[in-house]
Design a protein. Structure first.
Ligand code: PMP
Length: 430
């Protein structure tokens, strides 16, 4: 393909004069993969178009929410129809009730749900609630999991923190981070040890039920059940961070898909259909401690924003009304999985493909990748080369091995075939 990115280069130069690193979220800068980030102009269905007019098959899908592809018409129309009424009231609306009722009808164990404006806010608020409810300070998170950029979570975090190899985040005080306990993902003995060591001190265990911020790492069989049992035994609140998995792995998210009940659940981008939204919800016994019912304070001027609500509502309703969407996602991703497997088998490179539902990623590793250490010991320099080879052929993968790929229903068999073909071509030449 004749391929120039001059306009993106120009925009990146200009952006850096006014925006830190030229981007509003670090991974977008392509800092670890190298090269110039592409500035996007528009997107439709499975394709994004950059400022130079190049087309890309999109495997990021806005990091998850575009389950039905970009510019999904019902969502676009719903926003268009709603926006003239006003973009914000700072007062309750009926639409917020409809949204909460819809979420409750799809997600298990959600008696009450509070809307916020990002996944970070959702996780931060759920943690505060768990602490307020239990009267305990410490919590356990897992190495390589990312729960947004609130201070307490920036310890051994995944996503950009891992991509940029930031060991300790300046600005996060030791006072805060000493209450963050960490364990390797998929290692139940490590959690048992922490629970014994800090008996009566642990408010919550927060986990990505299928990790997506160190590449895709599903839980090993029995792991989630064991975590649930520890939480029950020790009076610990189990928080499922379903910012990526919610309404993607099944209508009822990872809870439904894995058959595990969480106490609190956090949601993010998916429930905004691409608008800035998050939510946290759970059992009434815990949720009733949130203000104004209780004293655990949490608030937001733009929370329940009508434009975000109508976008999210329309998207979730589409997912609820057509269960075949989840079958389609499964089939498309399984087809991609099989194709990548066949292409990589021909290459002289060890690899691991991890997948659950429509979350998938490739690690260039000669052993199973079940935790962050495994992901970090893979050949991530090779991933970076692979990323650029794909990008040059119009296939947009996440710009880091520490991110999952997301599949949308808009992706066609031809798109997947092409992805596999380009993968095979790259590895034949390497
Ligand atoms: N939790 C998970 C699992 C995430 O993947 C993310 C973002 N990628 C967040 C929380 C934070 O969400 P946001 O970027 O909307 O603050």
């Amino acid at each position: 393909m004749s391929y120039t990115t001059n306009k993106s280069k120009e925009l990146f130069e200009r952006a850096q004069l006014s925006i830190p690193g030229g981007v509003n979220s670090p991974v977008r800068a392509f800092k670890s993969v190298g090269g110039t980030p592409l500035f996007m102009k528009n997107a439709k269905g499975a394709y994004m178009y950059d400022a130079d007019g190049n087309q890309y098959i999109d495997y990021i899908n806005s990091w998850g929410p575009m389950i039905l592809g970009h510019a999904y018409e019902p969502v676009v129309n719903a926003i268009r129809n709603k926006v003239a009424d006003s973009t914000s009231y700072g007062a309750p609306t009926e639409l917020e009730i409809e949204m909460a009722e819809l979420i409750k009808s799809m997600a298990p164990n959600v008696d009450l749900v509070r809307m916020v404006s990002s996944g970070t806010e959702a996780c931060m608020s759920a943690l505060r609630l768990a602490r307020g409810y239990t009267g305990r300070n410490k919590f356990i998170k897992f190495e390589g999991c990312y729960h947004g950029h609130a201070d307490a979570f920036l310890v051994k975090a995944g996503s950009g923190v891992a991509t940029f190899n930031i060991q300790t985040v300046p600005g996060v005080t030791t006072g805060v981070s000493q209450d963050t306990l960490t364990a390797p993902y998929n290692d139940i003995a490590a959690v048992e040890q922490l629970a014994a060591q800090h008996k009566g001190e642990i408010a919550a265990i927060i986990i990505e039920p299928v990790a997506g911020n160190m590449g895709c790492i599903p839980p090993v069989p029995g792991y989630m059940e064991a975590l649930r049992a520890i939480c029950d035994k020790e009076g610990i609140v189990l928080i499922f961070d379903e910012v990526m998995t919610g309404f993607r792995l099944a209508a009822g998210g990872a809870q439904e898909r894995l058959g595990i009940n969480a106490d609190l659940i956090t949601y993010g981008k998916v429930i905004g259909g691409g608008m800035p939204v998050g939510a946290f919800g759970g059992k009434k016994e815990i949720m009733q401690h949130i203000a104004p019912l209780g004293n655990v304070y949490q608030a937001g001027t733009l929370s329940g924003n009508p434009i975000a609500m109508i976008a999210g509502y329309t998207m979730l309703k589409a997912l609820k009304d057509d269960p075949s969407i989840f079958t389609q996602l499964e089939e498309k991703t399984a087809y991609l999985h099989k194709g990548l497997d066949e292409a990589l088998k021909m290459a002289n490179t060890p690899y691991v493909i991890n997948r659950l539902g429509s979350m998938i990623s490739v690690h260039f590793s000669d052993k199973p990748v079940t935790n962050f250490k495994d992901a970090a010991s893979a050949d991530n320099a090779l991933f970076n080369k692979y990323f650029h080879a794909m990008l040059n052929e119009g296939i947009y993968l996440p710009p880091s091995a520490y991110e999952t790929w997301f599949i949308s229903t808009a992706l066609s068999t031809a798109d997947i075939d092409r992805t596999v073909e380009v993968t095979a071509k790259f590895f034949k030449n390497n």
